[in-house]
Design a protein around this ligand. Structure first.
Ligand SMILES: C[S@@+](CC[C@H](N)C(=O)[O-])C[C@H]1O[C@@H](n2cnc3c(N)ncnc32)[C@H](O)[C@@H]1O
Length: 250
């Protein structure tokens, strides 16, 4: 079950305003390069589908599929473009079979898979969905950079609300951290809300070696791993673990 932040229409409508195209330090451009060089693309946890919609605007003429279990997010994509396949649901129960040159998960969507069983389940489903020459591209936040330490009300983000006034989003993390799981509350205020809207989330922060064991077990080999969108290496302090993986050759 996705968090309320994605299933509540009023919150989903704000998503692209908090995360506009090109506003997140290079990830959009990184993914777009991969999308535009792939004939068939599955975006798992596509949310509002901004990347896929932009890919059409940039001239992608192949198959684009956006999958998400949050209807409020998917609806935004569906209402914007009809030349993209908008699929409601989770990948684990979708029946894709060697159909995609690229399976991707942006916006740290991979971190919603919390248990070992969920991680194994989603990787197996990605593997099934990919063609033999396909690639799986996704990122997860590097735990050693301890990003959650900045998820405090003092680091709230404020944006101009589309209906006027200011919308505000702040996080508060549950302490102490539970192993590699970080649970937190996100609070939103906006001129169109009656009061504060809250959403609870838990994300897993797998480290590079743990992640790579899961990938190998699922039959992937790693083509490249980066610590940031400029393709710099993963280090103790790099914010991301960005992975390009391919089905291992037999
Ligand atoms: C942080 S958003 C990322 C959205 C988008 N990919 C982006 O780059 O902005 C995470 C998305 O993952 C979706 N999600 C949650 N559980 C999922 C699952 N089991 N399978 C696929 N997507 C899931 C959520 O509904 C949400 O839209």
């Amino acid at each position: 079950m996705p968090d309320r932040i994605f299933t509540e229409q009023k919150l989903a409508e704000l998503y692209d305003h908090f995360n506009p195209w090109g506003g997140r330090s290079g990830d959009d451009e990184f993914y777009m390069e991969h999308i535009l060089s792939s004939d068939s693309v599955l975006d798992v946890g596509c949310g509002t589908g901004l990347l896929l919609r932009k890919a059409r605007e940039f001239g992608h003429s192949g198959r684009l599929v956006g999958l998400d279990p949050a209807d409020a997010m998917l609806e935004i994509g569906r209402n914007s473009r009809s030349d993209i396949e908008w699929t409601y649901g989770v990948l684990e129960s979708a029946r894709f079979d060697q159909e995609f040159d690229l399976v991707m998960m942006s916006g740290h969507a991979f971190q919603v898979f919390i248990s070992d069983g969920e991680v194994r389940g989603v990787l197996a489903a990605v593997r099934r969905a990919l063609t033999a020459q396909g690639k799986f591209v996704f990122e997860t936040r590097n735990p050693s950079a301890r990003r959650w330490e900045r998820w405090t009300p003092e680091h709230a983000i404020e944006i101009a609300h589309p209906a006027g006034g200011v919308a505000r989003m702040e996080h508060q993390v549950d302490l102490p951290i539970d192993g590699d799981l970080v649970s937190f509350t996100t609070r939103f205020t906006a001129p169109t809300f009656d009061g504060v809207m809250e959403s609870r989330s838990t994300l897993r922060f797998l480290d590079e070696s743990g992640l790579n064991v899961f990938l190998a077990e699922a039959g992937f080999e790693i083509e490249a791993q980066y610590g940031f969108w400029d393709r710099s290496p993963v280090t103790e302090t790099s914010p991301e673990i960005i992975t390009v993986a391919r089905p291992a050759s037999a």
